[in-house]
Design a protein around this ligand. Structure first.
Ligand code: SAM
Length: 343
């Protein structure tokens, strides 16, 4: 994950000359992925998509503030901290998502930003006559995903460490591309989604889960309030990759509609996230979040201790007999690829 974050940090300079000239704030979703696209016609299409999106979606101050408000990206070992892990956190989401995927026994499945591969393994089990490919930029996550698949003896599964935005997938190969919170971190969705669309065969589907607006997510709002309340408080969270970048259906429809997808549908998912069996486990999990760590680093020892106690109190308020749960809102976005943009 560290490698992933520094990769993003290095991507601050806009790569698209056209958009660079206009300089209207879309630069933060540009990446050197643009430079990978060698074909001039395709680059022009991408530039014009950037421009039309810029005007329709107006990358405004509200979004800029949202980015500043922080990210929920985990540290290196984000997938497991103490007794909790990311699969446990998303156990309720996963049930809904599995139904939405509706994977058939001979499906070829692509899992984008697969992390440690729970969803890829499930896909492989559901498609014994097909196969599943999990792709992630994190070496650590991929090696854990491989270990888990091997331990289960799954033969129809493969993992690759690569950037899904630029990876050269076989054209029109997959029946379905799935993602559980793995697509919001694309440095440039205008480059990434056409690459995904090209990999899905006509008649196939993209089904991804993304967070709704940060203010609708109790887990985010409560923890942020616990971290920034009081007198000695951190002022900003780090502007690391934005987990809420695909939270606005208008934005997502604009991106997907302009990058090779149609029949775009949104399902409102209201399931809580699980943070642990008790307050101590949940506090350990939340302290593992990179923005919690960054916020605490900005404080002196006494203020940090005070802030952790406030966090503990917030967490305790969310404990019931089944553990610690915070409300969350996510979208399941489903779409179908149409006339793929030529590479
Ligand atoms: C929040 S985690 C979700 C992981 C996994 N989908 C799950 O539910 O367990 C987001 C994942 O997306 C990966 N990721 C981010 N950008 C990516 C990209 N451009 N290509 C491939 N993976 C990416 C990260 O490394 C991380 O593992």
């Amino acid at each position: 994950m560290r490698e992933f974050l520094s990769e993003f940090a290095d991507r601050s300079s806009p790569a698209c000359l056209d958009c660079n000239r206009l300089g209207t704030g879309f630069e933060d979703i540009h990446s050197d992925a643009d430079l990978m696209v060698r074909d001039q016609d395709t680059r022009q299409i991408i530039c014009s998509l950037h421009n039309s999106l810029r005007s329709t979606l107006s990358m405004n101050a509200k979004r800029a503030r949202r980015i500043e408000a922080g990210a929920s990206v985990r540290p290196d070992d984000w997938a497991t901290v103490g007794a909790v892990n990311y699969d446990a956190e998303l156990q309720r989401h996963n049930v809904v998502l599995r139904q939405a995927y509706d994977i058939c026994r001979d499906d070829r499945v692509l899992d984008i930003g697969c992390g440690t591969g729970q969803t890829t393994r499930e896909a492989a089990r559901l498609a014994p006559a097909g196969h599943a490919l999990g792709i992630d930029v994190s070496e650590a996550a991929i090696s854990r995903a491989r270990e888990a698949a091997e331990a289960e003896g799954l033969g129809n599964i493969r993992f690759e460490k690569a950037d899904a935005a630029m990876h050269s997938f076989p054209a029109e190969h997959f029946d379905i591309a799935i993602s559980r919170f793995g697509t919001m971190f694309f440095a440039d969705p205008i480059v990434a989604f056409p690459n995904i669309a090209r990999a899905i065969h006509p008649g196939g589907r993209l089904v991804m889960m993304v967070w709704q607006d940060s203010e609708r997510n109790e887990w985010f709002v409560s923890i942020r309030e616990a971290l920034v309340a009081g007198e000695s408080t951190p002022t900003v969270f780090p502007a690391t990759p934005d987990p809420f970048s695909l939270s606005d259906p208008v934005v997502v429809e604009g991106i997907l509609g302009g990058t090779g997808f149609s029949d775009i549908e949104f399902t409102d998912v209201r399931e809580p996230v699980y943070y642990g069996k008790d307050v101590n486990a949940a506090l350990e999990w939340v302290r593992g979040f990179s923005y919690t760590q960054a916020a605490l680093r900005q404080l002196g020892p006494a203020a940090a201790e005070f802030t952790v106690e406030r966090l503990r109190k917030t967490i305790a308020e969310h404990q019931n007999e089944f553990g610690v749960w915070f409300g969350s809102r996510a979208w399941i976005v489903a779409a179908k690829p149409h006339g793929h943009p030529r590479k």
